[in-house]
Design a protein around this ligand. Sequence first.
Ligand code: NAD
Length: 518
Amino acid sequence: MDPFEPYRNEPFLDFGDEATLTSFRRTLGEVAGRLGREYPLVIGGAHVHTEERLDSLDPCFPDRVVGRASMATSEHVEAAFDAAYAALEEWSRRDMADRARHLVKLAAIMRRRHAELAAWEVYEAAKNYLEASADVAEAIDFCEYYAREAMHLSGRARTYDHPGEENTSFYQPMGVGVVIPPWNFLLAIMVGTTVAPVVVGNTVIVKPSPSTPVIAAKFMEMVAEAGFPPGVINLLTGADADIGDALVDHPRTRFINFTGSVATGLRINERAAKLQSGQRWVKRVYLEMGGKDALIVDETADLDLAVQAAVASGFGFQGQKCSAMSRLIVVEDVYDEVLERFVAGVEALRVGPAEENADVAAVINQRQFEKVLGYIETGKVEARLAAGGGRAEAAGPGYYVQPTVFADVPPSATIACEEIFGPVVAVMRAKDFDQALTYANATTYALTGGLISRDRSRLERARREFRVGNLYLNRKITGALVGVQPFGGFDLSGTNSKAGGPDYLRLFTEMKTVTERF
Ligand code: NAD
Protein backbone atom coordinates (compact mmCIF):
# COMPACT_ATOMS: atom_id res chain seq x y z
CA MET A 1 0.00 0.00 0.00
CA ASP A 2 2.77 2.46 0.82
CA PRO A 3 5.89 2.93 -1.28
CA PHE A 4 8.30 2.50 1.61
CA GLU A 5 10.18 -0.50 2.95
CA PRO A 6 8.57 -2.25 5.94
CA TYR A 7 8.52 -0.31 9.22
CA ARG A 8 10.81 -1.41 12.00
CA ASN A 9 11.96 0.35 15.17
CA GLU A 10 15.26 2.16 14.97
CA PRO A 11 17.98 0.45 17.05
CA PHE A 12 19.63 2.36 19.88
CA LEU A 13 23.38 2.92 19.72
CA ASP A 14 25.09 -0.07 21.32
CA PHE A 15 27.29 1.41 24.02
CA GLY A 16 28.31 -2.09 25.12
CA ASP A 17 30.42 -2.07 21.98
CA GLU A 18 33.78 -0.48 22.78
CA ALA A 19 34.16 1.16 19.36
CA THR A 20 30.69 2.77 19.56
CA LEU A 21 31.43 4.03 23.06
CA THR A 22 34.78 5.52 22.05
CA SER A 23 33.26 7.13 19.00
CA PHE A 24 30.40 8.59 21.04
CA ARG A 25 32.85 10.12 23.51
CA ARG A 26 34.61 11.73 20.58
CA THR A 27 31.26 13.11 19.36
CA LEU A 28 30.58 14.51 22.83
CA GLY A 29 33.92 16.31 22.61
CA GLU A 30 33.08 17.74 19.21
CA VAL A 31 29.68 18.96 20.37
CA ALA A 32 31.28 20.45 23.50
CA GLY A 33 33.30 22.64 21.16
CA ARG A 34 30.08 24.03 19.70
CA LEU A 35 28.30 24.97 22.92
CA GLY A 36 27.19 28.53 23.56
CA ARG A 37 26.22 29.44 20.00
CA GLU A 38 23.21 31.57 19.08
CA TYR A 39 20.10 30.17 17.43
CA PRO A 40 17.33 31.95 15.52
CA LEU A 41 13.58 31.70 15.32
CA VAL A 42 12.52 30.16 12.02
CA ILE A 43 9.54 31.87 10.39
CA GLY A 44 8.63 31.02 6.82
CA GLY A 45 12.09 29.50 6.40
CA ALA A 46 13.78 32.78 7.36
CA HIS A 47 16.14 32.93 10.33
CA VAL A 48 15.09 35.66 12.73
CA HIS A 49 17.55 36.72 15.42
CA THR A 50 16.34 38.72 18.38
CA GLU A 51 18.31 40.90 20.73
CA GLU A 52 17.05 39.17 23.84
CA ARG A 53 18.27 35.61 24.31
CA LEU A 54 17.10 32.58 26.18
CA ASP A 55 20.04 30.67 27.63
CA SER A 56 19.80 26.89 27.61
CA LEU A 57 21.90 25.56 30.49
CA ASP A 58 23.49 22.17 31.08
CA PRO A 59 21.64 20.82 34.16
CA CYS A 60 24.82 19.11 35.33
CA PHE A 61 26.92 22.29 35.03
CA PRO A 62 24.44 25.19 35.21
CA ASP A 63 27.06 27.79 34.38
CA ARG A 64 27.68 26.07 31.06
CA VAL A 65 25.55 27.61 28.31
CA VAL A 66 24.53 24.96 25.77
CA GLY A 67 23.14 27.57 23.42
CA ARG A 68 21.40 30.91 23.27
CA ALA A 69 18.01 30.95 21.58
CA SER A 70 16.19 33.94 20.18
CA MET A 71 13.12 35.01 22.10
CA ALA A 72 9.87 35.50 20.20
CA THR A 73 7.33 38.20 21.00
CA SER A 74 3.74 38.73 19.90
CA GLU A 75 5.01 40.30 16.64
CA HIS A 76 6.73 37.05 15.76
CA VAL A 77 3.56 35.16 16.59
CA GLU A 78 1.71 37.14 13.89
CA ALA A 79 4.51 36.61 11.40
CA ALA A 80 4.54 32.88 12.11
CA PHE A 81 0.78 32.61 11.46
CA ASP A 82 1.21 34.53 8.19
CA ALA A 83 3.98 32.16 7.11
CA ALA A 84 2.11 29.02 8.15
CA TYR A 85 -1.05 30.10 6.30
CA ALA A 86 0.95 31.09 3.23
CA ALA A 87 2.51 27.62 3.15
CA LEU A 88 -0.74 25.81 3.87
CA GLU A 89 -2.33 26.31 0.50
CA GLU A 90 0.28 24.45 -1.48
CA TRP A 91 1.33 21.93 1.17
CA SER A 92 -2.23 20.82 1.91
CA ARG A 93 -2.83 20.01 -1.77
CA ARG A 94 0.20 17.81 -2.26
CA ASP A 95 -0.06 14.04 -2.59
CA MET A 96 0.18 12.17 0.67
CA ALA A 97 3.16 10.18 -0.64
CA ASP A 98 4.98 13.40 -1.52
CA ARG A 99 4.52 14.73 2.03
CA ALA A 100 5.37 11.34 3.54
CA ARG A 101 8.69 11.26 1.67
CA HIS A 102 9.71 14.42 3.53
CA LEU A 103 9.33 12.47 6.78
CA VAL A 104 11.35 9.53 5.48
CA LYS A 105 14.05 11.95 4.39
CA LEU A 106 14.01 13.67 7.79
CA ALA A 107 14.37 10.25 9.43
CA ALA A 108 17.36 9.48 7.21
CA ILE A 109 19.05 12.73 8.22
CA MET A 110 18.44 12.05 11.90
CA ARG A 111 19.77 8.51 11.47
CA ARG A 112 23.00 9.90 10.01
CA ARG A 113 23.25 12.41 12.85
CA HIS A 114 22.09 9.99 15.56
CA ALA A 115 25.24 10.20 17.70
CA GLU A 116 25.55 13.96 17.35
CA LEU A 117 21.90 14.57 18.28
CA ALA A 118 22.26 12.25 21.27
CA ALA A 119 25.33 14.23 22.34
CA TRP A 120 23.32 17.47 22.28
CA GLU A 121 20.72 15.77 24.49
CA VAL A 122 23.41 14.76 26.97
CA TYR A 123 24.32 18.43 27.39
CA GLU A 124 20.93 20.06 27.10
CA ALA A 125 18.76 17.64 29.11
CA ALA A 126 21.29 15.60 31.14
CA LYS A 127 20.32 12.32 29.53
CA ASN A 128 22.86 9.57 29.89
CA TYR A 129 24.06 7.89 26.70
CA LEU A 130 21.39 5.24 26.35
CA GLU A 131 18.51 7.56 27.28
CA ALA A 132 19.77 10.10 24.75
CA SER A 133 20.13 7.54 21.98
CA ALA A 134 16.69 6.09 22.77
CA ASP A 135 15.15 9.55 22.35
CA VAL A 136 16.81 10.03 18.96
CA ALA A 137 15.70 6.56 17.87
CA GLU A 138 12.13 7.37 18.90
CA ALA A 139 12.18 10.59 16.88
CA ILE A 140 13.29 8.58 13.83
CA ASP A 141 10.54 6.04 14.51
CA PHE A 142 7.86 8.72 14.62
CA CYS A 143 8.89 9.96 11.16
CA GLU A 144 9.09 6.52 9.61
CA TYR A 145 5.88 5.31 11.23
CA TYR A 146 3.72 8.34 10.45
CA ALA A 147 5.00 8.39 6.87
CA ARG A 148 3.59 4.91 6.43
CA GLU A 149 0.41 5.48 8.42
CA ALA A 150 -0.37 8.58 6.35
CA MET A 151 -0.75 6.40 3.29
CA HIS A 152 -3.75 4.71 4.93
CA LEU A 153 -5.51 8.08 5.05
CA SER A 154 -4.75 9.06 1.48
CA GLY A 155 -7.65 7.28 -0.19
CA ARG A 156 -11.39 7.08 0.35
CA ALA A 157 -12.80 6.21 3.73
CA ARG A 158 -14.76 2.98 4.04
CA THR A 159 -18.47 3.64 3.36
CA TYR A 160 -21.32 1.75 1.67
CA ASP A 161 -22.89 2.38 -1.75
CA HIS A 162 -26.26 3.94 -2.42
CA PRO A 163 -28.12 3.30 -5.73
CA GLY A 164 -27.87 6.12 -8.29
CA GLU A 165 -25.25 8.08 -6.38
CA GLU A 166 -21.54 8.34 -6.05
CA ASN A 167 -20.59 8.79 -2.41
CA THR A 168 -17.03 9.61 -1.44
CA SER A 169 -15.65 10.40 1.99
CA PHE A 170 -12.07 11.48 2.43
CA TYR A 171 -9.77 13.06 4.98
CA GLN A 172 -8.47 16.57 4.54
CA PRO A 173 -6.09 18.74 6.60
CA MET A 174 -7.52 21.18 9.13
CA GLY A 175 -5.26 24.22 8.94
CA VAL A 176 -2.55 25.75 11.08
CA GLY A 177 -1.78 24.17 14.42
CA VAL A 178 0.34 25.04 17.43
CA VAL A 179 2.65 22.32 18.77
CA ILE A 180 3.70 22.59 22.42
CA PRO A 181 6.02 19.78 23.55
CA PRO A 182 7.77 19.25 26.92
CA TRP A 183 11.52 19.10 27.61
CA ASN A 184 11.75 15.51 28.77
CA PHE A 185 11.67 13.72 25.41
CA LEU A 186 13.12 16.81 23.87
CA LEU A 187 13.61 15.52 20.36
CA ALA A 188 11.18 12.59 20.14
CA ILE A 189 8.01 14.25 21.39
CA MET A 190 8.74 17.50 19.57
CA VAL A 191 9.32 15.64 16.31
CA GLY A 192 6.39 13.26 16.72
CA THR A 193 3.85 15.91 17.67
CA THR A 194 5.03 18.08 14.77
CA VAL A 195 5.38 15.69 11.85
CA ALA A 196 2.06 13.95 12.50
CA PRO A 197 -0.13 16.97 11.72
CA VAL A 198 2.28 18.01 8.98
CA VAL A 199 2.26 14.75 7.04
CA VAL A 200 -1.50 14.89 6.62
CA GLY A 201 -1.26 18.39 5.17
CA ASN A 202 -1.42 20.89 8.02
CA THR A 203 1.23 23.49 8.74
CA VAL A 204 2.44 24.28 12.24
CA ILE A 205 4.12 26.64 14.67
CA VAL A 206 6.31 24.77 17.14
CA LYS A 207 6.88 26.30 20.56
CA PRO A 208 9.39 24.10 22.41
CA SER A 209 10.07 24.17 26.13
CA PRO A 210 12.29 27.07 27.22
CA SER A 211 14.51 24.42 28.87
CA THR A 212 15.46 22.76 25.57
CA PRO A 213 15.52 25.25 22.68
CA VAL A 214 18.84 24.08 21.20
CA ILE A 215 17.60 20.66 20.14
CA ALA A 216 14.65 22.48 18.54
CA ALA A 217 17.09 24.57 16.52
CA LYS A 218 18.90 21.40 15.43
CA PHE A 219 15.53 19.97 14.38
CA MET A 220 14.89 23.02 12.21
CA GLU A 221 18.27 22.59 10.49
CA MET A 222 17.20 19.08 9.53
CA VAL A 223 13.71 20.21 8.49
CA ALA A 224 15.34 22.58 6.01
CA GLU A 225 17.73 19.91 4.77
CA ALA A 226 14.85 17.47 4.29
CA GLY A 227 13.25 19.95 1.90
CA PHE A 228 10.09 20.93 3.76
CA PRO A 229 8.86 24.09 2.05
CA PRO A 230 9.32 27.32 4.03
CA GLY A 231 6.46 27.99 6.43
CA VAL A 232 5.32 24.37 6.81
CA ILE A 233 7.15 24.08 10.14
CA ASN A 234 7.90 27.33 11.99
CA LEU A 235 9.84 27.64 15.22
CA LEU A 236 9.16 30.14 17.98
CA THR A 237 11.44 29.78 20.99
CA GLY A 238 10.95 32.05 23.95
CA ALA A 239 9.30 32.55 27.30
CA ASP A 240 5.87 31.06 27.93
CA ALA A 241 4.81 34.32 29.55
CA ASP A 242 5.51 36.15 26.25
CA ILE A 243 4.10 33.76 23.68
CA GLY A 244 2.30 30.84 25.36
CA ASP A 245 -1.11 32.41 25.78
CA ALA A 246 -0.73 34.40 22.55
CA LEU A 247 -0.41 31.18 20.54
CA VAL A 248 -3.17 29.36 22.39
CA ASP A 249 -5.62 32.26 22.27
CA HIS A 250 -4.94 33.24 18.68
CA PRO A 251 -8.08 33.24 16.48
CA ARG A 252 -6.06 31.69 13.64
CA THR A 253 -5.04 28.63 15.73
CA ARG A 254 -6.98 25.66 14.39
CA PHE A 255 -5.62 22.99 16.76
CA ILE A 256 -3.20 22.63 19.65
CA ASN A 257 -1.05 19.55 20.11
CA PHE A 258 0.20 19.72 23.67
CA THR A 259 2.27 17.41 25.85
CA GLY A 260 3.19 18.51 29.37
CA SER A 261 1.85 18.93 32.88
CA VAL A 262 -1.78 18.87 33.96
CA ALA A 263 -1.66 22.46 35.18
CA THR A 264 -0.51 23.81 31.81
CA GLY A 265 -2.74 21.43 29.86
CA LEU A 266 -5.89 22.46 31.69
CA ARG A 267 -5.02 26.12 31.31
CA ILE A 268 -4.63 25.63 27.57
CA ASN A 269 -7.88 23.67 27.38
CA GLU A 270 -9.81 26.42 29.11
CA ARG A 271 -8.33 29.27 27.07
CA ALA A 272 -8.69 27.45 23.78
CA ALA A 273 -12.38 26.88 24.47
CA LYS A 274 -13.12 30.61 24.31
CA LEU A 275 -14.21 31.89 20.92
CA GLN A 276 -12.01 34.84 19.98
CA SER A 277 -13.01 37.72 17.78
CA GLY A 278 -12.55 36.64 14.15
CA GLN A 279 -12.26 32.95 15.02
CA ARG A 280 -14.25 30.67 12.71
CA TRP A 281 -14.00 27.23 14.31
CA VAL A 282 -13.91 25.25 17.51
CA LYS A 283 -10.24 24.68 18.29
CA ARG A 284 -9.27 21.09 18.63
CA VAL A 285 -7.06 20.49 21.64
CA TYR A 286 -5.01 17.38 22.32
CA LEU A 287 -3.49 17.18 25.77
CA GLU A 288 -1.10 14.45 26.83
CA MET A 289 -0.30 15.08 30.47
CA GLY A 290 1.20 13.64 33.64
CA GLY A 291 1.21 10.36 35.49
CA LYS A 292 1.50 8.85 38.95
CA ASP A 293 2.44 5.47 37.64
CA ALA A 294 2.38 2.34 39.78
CA LEU A 295 4.09 -1.02 39.58
CA ILE A 296 2.44 -3.80 41.59
CA VAL A 297 4.51 -6.72 42.85
CA ASP A 298 2.56 -9.66 44.26
CA GLU A 299 3.69 -12.63 46.34
CA THR A 300 3.99 -14.93 43.31
CA ALA A 301 6.37 -12.57 41.47
CA ASP A 302 9.88 -13.29 40.25
CA LEU A 303 11.52 -10.90 42.69
CA ASP A 304 14.73 -10.47 40.68
CA LEU A 305 12.63 -9.28 37.78
CA ALA A 306 10.50 -7.10 40.08
CA VAL A 307 13.45 -5.28 41.59
CA GLN A 308 15.17 -4.81 38.25
CA ALA A 309 11.96 -3.47 36.66
CA ALA A 310 11.30 -1.16 39.61
CA VAL A 311 14.78 0.39 39.63
CA ALA A 312 14.76 0.93 35.86
CA SER A 313 11.20 2.30 35.77
CA GLY A 314 11.67 4.57 38.77
CA PHE A 315 15.06 6.10 38.11
CA GLY A 316 15.76 6.03 34.37
CA PHE A 317 16.38 9.65 33.29
CA GLN A 318 16.11 10.69 36.94
CA GLY A 319 12.44 9.66 37.06
CA GLN A 320 11.55 12.45 34.65
CA LYS A 321 9.38 10.38 32.35
CA CYS A 322 5.62 10.64 32.27
CA SER A 323 5.72 6.83 32.34
CA ALA A 324 8.14 6.61 35.29
CA MET A 325 7.18 4.43 38.22
CA SER A 326 6.56 6.74 41.15
CA ARG A 327 4.65 4.22 43.26
CA LEU A 328 5.85 0.69 44.01
CA ILE A 329 2.95 -1.22 45.53
CA VAL A 330 4.01 -4.49 47.15
CA VAL A 331 1.84 -7.23 48.60
CA GLU A 332 2.55 -7.80 52.30
CA ASP A 333 4.03 -11.32 52.08
CA VAL A 334 7.00 -10.08 50.05
CA TYR A 335 7.03 -6.43 51.12
CA ASP A 336 10.09 -6.50 53.39
CA GLU A 337 12.18 -8.50 50.97
CA VAL A 338 11.24 -6.38 47.93
CA LEU A 339 11.81 -3.15 49.84
CA GLU A 340 15.22 -4.26 51.06
CA ARG A 341 16.36 -5.39 47.61
CA PHE A 342 14.87 -2.35 45.90
CA VAL A 343 16.69 0.01 48.28
CA ALA A 344 19.94 -1.89 47.67
CA GLY A 345 19.42 -1.51 43.91
CA VAL A 346 18.68 2.20 44.25
CA GLU A 347 21.68 2.83 46.48
CA ALA A 348 23.92 1.19 43.89
CA LEU A 349 22.94 3.77 41.26
CA ARG A 350 25.76 6.10 40.33
CA VAL A 351 24.80 9.78 40.49
CA GLY A 352 26.88 12.15 38.40
CA PRO A 353 27.26 14.07 35.14
CA ALA A 354 25.40 12.82 32.10
CA GLU A 355 28.51 13.27 29.99
CA GLU A 356 30.18 10.65 32.19
CA ASN A 357 27.21 8.38 31.54
CA ALA A 358 26.06 8.24 35.17
CA ASP A 359 22.98 6.16 35.95
CA VAL A 360 21.25 9.18 37.45
CA ALA A 361 22.23 12.70 36.38
CA ALA A 362 20.91 16.15 37.29
CA VAL A 363 17.23 17.09 37.05
CA ILE A 364 16.34 19.55 34.33
CA ASN A 365 16.48 22.96 36.01
CA GLN A 366 16.51 24.94 39.22
CA ARG A 367 12.72 25.09 39.46
CA GLN A 368 12.31 21.35 39.12
CA PHE A 369 15.22 20.79 41.53
CA GLU A 370 13.51 22.86 44.21
CA LYS A 371 10.14 21.27 43.54
CA VAL A 372 11.53 17.74 43.90
CA LEU A 373 13.43 18.64 47.10
CA GLY A 374 10.20 20.16 48.45
CA TYR A 375 8.34 16.90 47.85
CA ILE A 376 11.15 15.02 49.59
CA GLU A 377 10.65 17.19 52.68
CA THR A 378 6.91 16.48 52.55
CA GLY A 379 7.69 12.78 52.23
CA LYS A 380 9.81 12.88 55.39
CA VAL A 381 6.72 13.98 57.31
CA GLU A 382 4.32 11.58 55.60
CA ALA A 383 6.36 8.37 55.46
CA ARG A 384 9.62 6.62 56.34
CA LEU A 385 12.72 7.60 54.40
CA ALA A 386 14.46 4.43 53.17
CA ALA A 387 17.05 5.81 50.73
CA GLY A 388 18.44 9.16 49.61
CA GLY A 389 16.50 12.11 50.91
CA GLY A 390 18.12 15.26 49.61
CA ARG A 391 20.54 16.97 47.33
CA ALA A 392 23.40 14.83 45.98
CA GLU A 393 26.12 17.38 46.59
CA ALA A 394 29.03 15.06 45.99
CA ALA A 395 27.92 14.57 42.38
CA GLY A 396 28.86 18.11 41.44
CA PRO A 397 27.49 21.62 41.10
CA GLY A 398 24.43 20.63 39.07
CA TYR A 399 20.82 19.98 40.02
CA TYR A 400 21.50 16.55 41.52
CA VAL A 401 18.93 14.85 43.69
CA GLN A 402 19.75 11.60 45.50
CA PRO A 403 17.71 8.66 44.27
CA THR A 404 15.12 8.64 47.02
CA VAL A 405 12.81 5.95 48.37
CA PHE A 406 10.05 6.37 50.91
CA ALA A 407 8.65 3.26 52.58
CA ASP A 408 5.26 2.57 54.21
CA VAL A 409 3.66 5.41 52.29
CA PRO A 410 -0.07 5.68 53.04
CA PRO A 411 -2.35 5.93 49.97
CA SER A 412 -3.59 9.37 51.02
CA ALA A 413 -0.07 10.87 51.26
CA THR A 414 0.79 13.76 48.96
CA ILE A 415 3.78 11.80 47.65
CA ALA A 416 1.42 8.92 46.77
CA CYS A 417 -0.98 11.16 44.82
CA GLU A 418 0.88 14.03 43.15
CA GLU A 419 3.29 13.79 40.24
CA ILE A 420 6.80 14.66 41.49
CA PHE A 421 8.71 14.14 38.25
CA GLY A 422 12.07 13.35 39.77
CA PRO A 423 14.05 10.45 41.29
CA VAL A 424 11.61 9.78 44.13
CA VAL A 425 9.59 6.61 44.64
CA ALA A 426 6.84 5.92 47.17
CA VAL A 427 6.73 2.29 48.29
CA MET A 428 3.31 1.20 49.53
CA ARG A 429 2.28 -1.92 51.42
CA ALA A 430 -0.91 -3.71 50.36
CA LYS A 431 -2.45 -6.58 52.29
CA ASP A 432 -3.23 -8.51 49.11
CA PHE A 433 -3.50 -8.16 45.34
CA ASP A 434 -7.04 -6.73 45.54
CA GLN A 435 -5.91 -3.91 47.76
CA ALA A 436 -2.82 -3.31 45.60
CA LEU A 437 -5.03 -2.86 42.55
CA THR A 438 -7.34 -0.52 44.47
CA TYR A 439 -4.34 1.60 45.50
CA ALA A 440 -2.98 1.60 41.97
CA ASN A 441 -6.27 2.92 40.60
CA ALA A 442 -6.72 5.52 43.34
CA THR A 443 -5.12 8.56 41.67
CA THR A 444 -6.61 10.98 39.16
CA TYR A 445 -3.94 9.92 36.66
CA ALA A 446 -4.11 6.81 34.48
CA LEU A 447 -1.07 6.76 32.25
CA THR A 448 1.17 3.72 32.71
CA GLY A 449 1.18 0.87 35.19
CA GLY A 450 2.56 -2.59 35.63
CA LEU A 451 2.20 -5.89 37.42
CA ILE A 452 4.90 -8.40 38.24
CA SER A 453 3.17 -11.69 38.97
CA ARG A 454 3.15 -15.37 38.02
CA ASP A 455 -0.59 -15.67 38.69
CA ARG A 456 -2.43 -16.02 35.39
CA SER A 457 -5.80 -14.92 36.77
CA ARG A 458 -4.31 -11.74 38.27
CA LEU A 459 -2.57 -10.88 35.03
CA GLU A 460 -5.94 -11.23 33.31
CA ARG A 461 -7.65 -9.12 35.96
CA ALA A 462 -5.04 -6.42 35.57
CA ARG A 463 -5.70 -6.35 31.82
CA ARG A 464 -9.32 -5.53 32.55
CA GLU A 465 -9.24 -3.56 35.79
CA PHE A 466 -5.89 -1.72 36.00
CA ARG A 467 -7.02 1.66 34.72
CA VAL A 468 -4.11 2.96 32.63
CA GLY A 469 -3.53 3.71 28.98
CA ASN A 470 -0.37 1.60 28.88
CA LEU A 471 -0.18 -1.52 31.04
CA TYR A 472 2.99 -3.60 31.25
CA LEU A 473 2.96 -7.14 32.58
CA ASN A 474 6.20 -8.67 33.87
CA ARG A 475 8.53 -5.97 32.58
CA LYS A 476 9.48 -2.35 33.21
CA ILE A 477 6.78 0.26 32.63
CA THR A 478 8.76 2.79 30.56
CA GLY A 479 10.09 2.83 27.01
CA ALA A 480 6.98 2.47 24.80
CA LEU A 481 7.95 1.78 21.18
CA VAL A 482 6.43 3.76 18.32
CA GLY A 483 4.09 1.66 16.23
CA VAL A 484 4.27 -1.18 18.75
CA GLN A 485 2.89 0.32 21.96
CA PRO A 486 0.68 3.33 21.09
CA PHE A 487 1.16 5.73 23.98
CA GLY A 488 -1.23 7.84 26.03
CA GLY A 489 -3.38 7.65 29.12
CA PHE A 490 -6.87 8.16 30.49
CA ASP A 491 -8.40 10.56 33.01
CA LEU A 492 -6.19 13.53 33.93
CA SER A 493 -3.30 11.89 32.09
CA GLY A 494 -4.82 13.27 28.94
CA THR A 495 -7.01 12.98 25.91
CA ASN A 496 -5.68 9.54 24.96
CA SER A 497 -4.49 10.53 21.53
CA LYS A 498 -2.13 7.53 21.51
CA ALA A 499 1.04 8.83 19.92
CA GLY A 500 2.70 6.25 17.72
CA GLY A 501 -0.61 4.47 17.19
CA PRO A 502 -2.85 3.81 14.20
CA ASP A 503 -5.51 6.40 15.13
CA TYR A 504 -3.15 9.31 15.73
CA LEU A 505 -3.00 10.97 12.32
CA ARG A 506 -6.76 10.97 12.01
CA LEU A 507 -6.83 13.53 14.85
CA PHE A 508 -5.33 16.17 12.57
CA THR A 509 -7.81 15.74 9.75
CA GLU A 510 -11.43 16.48 8.97
CA MET A 511 -13.55 14.10 6.96
CA LYS A 512 -15.42 15.50 4.00
CA THR A 513 -18.23 13.62 2.28
CA VAL A 514 -19.25 14.30 -1.32
CA THR A 515 -22.45 12.90 -2.80
CA GLU A 516 -23.23 13.21 -6.48
CA ARG A 517 -26.45 12.01 -8.07
CA PHE A 518 -26.19 11.38 -11.79
P1 NAD B 1 4.96 21.98 31.31
O1 NAD B 1 3.49 21.84 31.43
O2 NAD B 1 5.66 22.87 32.26
O3 NAD B 1 5.34 22.49 29.86
C1 NAD B 1 4.93 21.80 28.69
C2 NAD B 1 4.99 22.76 27.52
O4 NAD B 1 4.03 23.79 27.74
C3 NAD B 1 6.34 23.47 27.38
O5 NAD B 1 6.60 23.70 26.01
C4 NAD B 1 6.07 24.78 28.08
O6 NAD B 1 6.97 25.77 27.64
C5 NAD B 1 4.66 25.05 27.62
N1 NAD B 1 3.91 26.03 28.41
C6 NAD B 1 4.05 26.35 29.71
N2 NAD B 1 3.16 27.32 30.05
C7 NAD B 1 2.46 27.60 28.94
C8 NAD B 1 1.39 28.49 28.65
N3 NAD B 1 0.87 29.30 29.57
N4 NAD B 1 0.90 28.51 27.39
C9 NAD B 1 1.39 27.70 26.43
N5 NAD B 1 2.40 26.85 26.65
C10 NAD B 1 2.92 26.80 27.89
O7 NAD B 1 5.56 20.50 31.37
P2 NAD B 1 7.10 20.10 31.31
O8 NAD B 1 7.70 20.35 32.64
O9 NAD B 1 7.74 20.67 30.11
O10 NAD B 1 6.99 18.53 31.07
C11 NAD B 1 6.79 17.61 32.08
C12 NAD B 1 5.35 17.16 32.12
O11 NAD B 1 5.00 16.58 30.88
C13 NAD B 1 5.08 16.10 33.15
O12 NAD B 1 3.86 16.37 33.79
C14 NAD B 1 4.98 14.83 32.33
O13 NAD B 1 4.23 13.80 32.92
C15 NAD B 1 4.34 15.33 31.09
N6 NAD B 1 4.56 14.45 29.95
C16 NAD B 1 3.51 13.73 29.47
C17 NAD B 1 3.68 12.86 28.41
C18 NAD B 1 2.54 12.05 27.86
O14 NAD B 1 2.67 11.52 26.77
N7 NAD B 1 1.44 11.93 28.56
C19 NAD B 1 4.93 12.75 27.83
C20 NAD B 1 5.99 13.51 28.32
C21 NAD B 1 5.79 14.36 29.38
